[in-house]
Design a protein around this ligand. Structure first.
Ligand code: PBG
Length: 354
């Protein structure tokens, strides 16, 4: 048997065979397919109608790295397009973004090395850079939701998120006491959400209790519930000038291999009173977001982190990929996986495509 005859016998009606093999012949196929999915893709308007996932400006949270001073922007080597900004410039940029529909920002202070210490006292200084920034921003743009990290790493000499004992271990319960002080200082300054990003056990209920006792029952907790010990935070640490002096963060941040554990972390945070649950990083962890979506009725946040941003910008600079298009597709996939809000350094590129 010839190959054609065999193909014909096994798979194809004569009509189909003719259509496929001879491009000139346009004989319609005799038996129609029951469903033609391409009908719903044939024009821009139909594609828009059947679009299942939408990215909106209010889905995005824009992180800012704040420095002391006025009218100054300092580029970040590993994050081209992102700058450390003085508070006046943060306000100017945040106001413009707010006009374009952005509803939330988060703040990371770049701390003068002379103010860093083993006990991280600067973290709850009511006159420190972070407290002043929160006050000014909430005063100038009161309708913008402002979120701040609760973790000690920008303020410690060693760069860890918690207190360290003489054996070099990160001490859970003593750290929580400091996190409470930090959260109360931020609440006092007018923050909307505190975001514990330290991964200590039990910190959400401790912070919730302290906030409530001090009359801050309306300050929310956006918990970094499943924060993985990821290589993708490198550029962020560069931006804040945080260098780990010893060890790594694997005794508190999660093993990238685990997903059940992440669901349990999120469940505990929810039970402890977290208002929003975060998965971080985002695109390598879409399965975790999707599974958490099935588990919880709480809103889910995802952090599209510094490394996820930097990789795309680097590829763009090499001429390999179009950064704007990649960011749009990446954030859409995070939304599709089940996230309600996305922290991203690529907000401007994505807003331009909305
Ligand atoms: C601090 C913190 C980190 C990030 C957010 N909060 C760094 C870390 O845990 O080492 C990373 C964000 C990013 O990479 O964009 N605990």
């Amino acid at each position: 048997m010839t190959i054609f005859a065999r193909l014909k016998n096994q798979f194809l009606s004569y009509e189909r065979y003719m259509v496929i093999i001879h491009p000139m012949i346009t004989t319609p196929i005799q038996y129609p397919f029951p469903i033609r999915l391409r009908r719903n893709r044939q024009s821009e308007s139909i594609r828009k109608i059947v679009q299942e996932t939408h990215l909106r400006p209010s889905d995005l949270t824009v992180p800012f790295f704040i420095i002391e001073g006025e009218k100054k922007g300092v580029p970040i080597d590993c994050m081209p397009g992102v700058e450390r900004l003085t508070v006046d410039l943060v306000i100017r940029e945040a106001a413009q973004l707010h006009e374009r529909g952005i509803q939330s920002i988060c703040l990371f202070p770049v701390i003068d090395p002379a103010l860093k210490s083993w006990e991280a006292e600067e973290a709850w200084n009511p006159k420190g850079l972070l407290a002043r920034a929160i006050r000014r921003i909430k005063q100038e743009i009161p309708t913008l939701c402002v979120i701040t990290d609760v973790a000690l790493d920008p303020f410690t000499i060693h760069g860890h998120d918690g207190l360290v004992n003489e054996k070099g271990e990160i001490v859970n319960d003593a750290t929580i006491e400091r996190l409470i002080q930090m959260a109360l200082m931020q609440a006092e300054a007018g923050i909307d959400f505190v975001a514990p990003s330290d991964m200590m056990d039990g910190r959400v209920s401790a912070i919730r209790g302290a906030l409530d006792r001090q009359g801050f029952e309306n300050v929310g907790i956006l918990s970094y519930s499943a924060k993985y010990a990821s290589v993708l935070y490198g550029p962020f640490r560069d931006a804040l000038d945080v260098k780990l002096q010893f060890g790594d963060k694997k005794t508190y941040q999660m093993d990238p291999a685990n997903v059940r554990e992440a669901l349990l972390e999120a469940q505990l945070d929810e039970e402890e009173g977290a208002d929003i649950l975060m998965i971080k990083p985002a695109t390598f962890y879409l399965d975790v977001i999707a599974k958490l979506r099935e588990q919880t009725k709480r809103p889910i946040a995802a952090y599209h982190v510094s490394g996820e941003y930097a990789m795309v910008i680097a590829a763009h600079q090499m001429g390999y990929l179009d950064a704007g298009k990649v960011f749009y597709e990446a954030l859409l996939s995070i939304k599709r996986a089940g996230a309600d809000m996305i922290f991203t350094y690529a907000a401007k590129q994505v807003l331009d495509r909305m």
